[in-house]
Ligand binder design. Structure first.
Ligand code: ADP
Ligand code: ASP
Ligand code: MG
Length: 440
């Protein structure tokens, strides 16, 4: 017997028929003698629809009221799944964020999970009742409803798994695991059987949206075993315990798996892309000590997340250009703030561009392989793709390119690092489920 938290994303619960299939998967886990809690997303497209309502009602919406609106999608799914399970003869009930409660702190619309008081939930699970929990939502210190940022149901699931001491957190989605890159972009992407928390964290933070970044850091912190697998399975498929998906493991476990299977770690584990960045260029900034500090300090104080930074070689007359990226959603704020300080900062113009994409290659193997960045630059150059900015970490290299070249760049790099699956596998069982996609 195990204690399992199962999470189902938007496409997996996209209507009552899909919810019935989910209920079957849940029932099978419970029938195996396991204690089960289920975390659900809103139906596919529902959160987008609710966000649009908020924008229509008031373009400068109050984030606290936004949370009241957008959290409702998950509540509908939770109630419907509990009803469906009951109709199948299972004991099941829903637990809303405020009922557990899932305490959160800091900003509305982007809340972070704090404490979860899961005693009652644990007791209910132990009594054989299936707990159905809407993801994405929590409750603030002021007892108002909060949401945890887009994709936040992953984080709810991992947080609840940690709180009830679950043996496993299974994240069911519309692909059957974590792939070497988004399988919807590269048909020859390969499913990864095991990936370390560190690599998954880096992949998620640079755009692999299969897991919300915070869910991975939380799993790593609390050592929650996380598995990513598909809810689009036949009724007769093997049970989740037999590992059909991707298992996210600690670095120590990863080392052991590599040793046991006599495999060498490749330099690059996965490739991700992110089209939500914007490029900012400040021209003719005074080339003197303290100039860049004066630019980036107020951005940091305003909570604007600066990612890639380039300071060009100084021009004549002690001036230089400074290029950096910010999330598109924060561009307007960053621009207004810098324009306000234009005189003090002494730059000439501010040029912005949202038609850029960040492409990142990630892998623990980079620590022991050389030439990873060089391969990236050469492969892109061979296809005439211009690199506008670069950033690196110990296990990642990112480049900023023209947005129109995103798909080409990802494909070229996927081949260059030897990640393509063999031809014969492309249309075989290892491919992702062939279904339409829309985010919840
Ligand atoms: P859910 O609604 O279940 O939370 P998401 O849309 O948030 O699902 O995440 C699943 C999607 O993530 C997949 O459909 C896939 O297109 C995308 N994705 C991006 N990068 C990867 C990757 N490396 N491996 C698997 N899926 C990925
Ligand atoms: N429904 C929310 C969203 O679409 C949360 C989630 O699905 O994880 O962002
Ligand atoms: Mg998601």
């Amino acid at each position: 017997m195990a204690r399992i938290v199962m999470k189902f994303g938007g496409t997996s619960v996209a209507g009552t028929e899909r919810i019935r299939r989910v209920a079957n998967i849940v029932r099978a886990q419970a029938a195996g003698g396991n204690e089960v809690a289920v975390v659900v997303s809103a139906m596919a497209g529902e959160t987008d629809r609710l966000v649009n309502f908020c924008r229509e009602a008031n373009p400068l919406y109050d984030p606290a009221e936004y949370d009241v609106v957008v959290s409702s999608g998950e509540q509908v799914t939770a109630g419907l799944l509990a009803l469906t399970l009951q109709a199948m003869g299972c004991k099941a009930r829903s637990w809303l964020g405020w009922q557990l409660p899932v305490k959160t702190f800091s900003a509305h619309a982007n809340a972070r999970v704090g404490e979860i008081h899961a005693e009652r939930l644990g007791d209910s699970m132990a009594s054989g009742e299936i707990a159905v929990i809407p993801g994405f939502q929590g409750v603030s210190d002021l007892e108002r409803i909060t949401t945890m940022g887009r994709g936040g149901s992953d984080t709810s699931a991992v947080a609840i798994a940690a709180a009830v001491g679950a043996d496993r957190c299974d994240i069911y989605t519309d692909v059957d695991g974590v792939y070497t890159t988004d399988p919807r972009i590269v048909a020859r992407a390969r499913k990864i059987k095991y990936v370390s928390y560190e690599e998954m964290l880096e992949l998620a933070s640079v755009g692999a949206k299969v897991l919300q970044t915070r869910s991975v850091s939380l799993a790593m912190k609390h050592n929650v075993p996380v598995q990513v697998l598909s809810s689009f399975v036949d009724e007769g498929s093997p049970p989740a315990d037999t590992l059909p998906g991707t298992m996210i493991v600690s670095e120590a476990e990863m080392q052991k798996i590599l040793e046991d299977t006599n495999m060498e770690r490749q330099s690059v584990t996965g490739i991700a892309h992110d089209k939500n960045e914007a490029r900012v260029v400040l021209t003719r900034v005074p080339d003197k000590p303290g100039a860049v500090a004066d630019i980036f300090t107020p951005l940091g104080e305003a909570g604007i997340n600066v990612d890639m930074i380039i300071q060009n070689v100084g021009r004549d007359k002690g001036e230089t250009d400074v290029t950096f990226t910010v999330p598109q959603a924060e561009l307007a704020r960053a621009q207004a703030l810098l324009e306000d300080k234009q005189e003090a900062l002494g730059f000439n113009r501010i040029i912005t561009d949202v038609r850029v994409a960040k492409i990142s290659v990630v892998g623990m193997g980079m620590k022991s392989h050389t030439g990873v960045a060089a391969t990236m630059f050469k492969s892109l150059a061979d296809r005439g793709i211009n690199v506008q900015a670069i950033s690196t970490s110990e296990i990642k290299v990112s480049v900023l390119i023209d947005e129109d070249e995103t798909e080409l760049a990802v494909r070229v790099l996927h081949t260059a690092y030897g990640l393509d699956s063999p031809d014969d596998v492309v249309s075989g069982d290892d491919g992702p489920d062939d279904i339409g996609k829309s985010s919840a």
